[in-house]
Design a protein around this ligand. Structure first.
Ligand SMILES: Cc1cc2nc3c(=O)[nH]c(=O)nc-3n(C[C@H](O)[C@H](O)[C@H](O)COP(=O)(O)O)c2cc1C
Length: 176
């Protein structure tokens, strides 16, 4: 059985997470197929039992292309076990978890799919990837009142790789 990984990334962190998941699946001795939904629209679900969906949040939403992919593939996804990795900076702070959960609830309502397992994954700050507007949103809105000053660092990765690894193993082994 093949594990299917579908992802959408804007600045690249979710792409890195999708590669990590793929490598981990292979290290478990299983086949994996990976789809960047912004590169290829069609998906092959044959021989697939488990699907990992991964996408980042910008201005409180996962990418529209990602939601469109889920909506278009809803019947195939509902027939399989699904795990969502929702990547955001709110997930990096205890006081942001409730908001990170809201992003998922809102997407699930729009797409009418509730993944079997959801992991809120802390993302990364990558200043080199932002234009002026994005930088302002990040500093004035997303990280406002958080115990982290983006003005002081150009890059910071909050992603907890061990949490992804153990969540993935539990999902694929049927313990989640
Ligand atoms: C313009 C912009 C808007 C963002 N909006 C949010 C947001 O509303 N909530 C949040 O928790 N994180 C937000 N983030 C943080 C991203 O989710 C985080 O940087 C993530 O790692 C990006 O993943 P990607 O590189 O795969 O796109 C935002 C980041 C940028 C640059």
């Amino acid at each position: 059985m093949t594990v299917f990984v579908a992802f959408a990334t804007v600045e690249g962190q979710t792409g890195k997470i999708a590669r990590f998941v793929s490598d981990e699946v292979r290290s478990m001795g299983r086949e994996v197929s990976v789809l960047d939904v912004d590169q290829t629209a069609s998906a092959d679900f044959s021989n697939v039992e488990h699907v990992v969906l991964a996408a980042s949040v910008h201005e409180r939403r996962h990418p529209r292309s990602f939601e469109a992919f889920i909506t278009a593939s809803k019947e195939e996804l509902k027939a399989r076990r699904t795990m969502l990795l929702s990547v955001s900076l709110s997930a990096a702070f205890p006081e942001g978890i409730a908001e990170a959960e809201e992003y998922v609830v809102e997407m699930n309502m729009r797409t009418e799919l509730s993944p079997d397992v959801t992991l809120l994954v802390p993302g990364a700050v990558q200043k080199g990837a932002y234009d002026y507007y994005s930088q302002q949103v990040l500093e004035q809105v997303v990280l406002r009142d958080r115990e982290f000053d983006p003005a002081k660092v150009s890059e910071h990765e909050f992603t907890d790789w061990e949490a992804i690894r153990s969540g993935l193993h539990a999902f694929l082994n049927g313990n989640a």
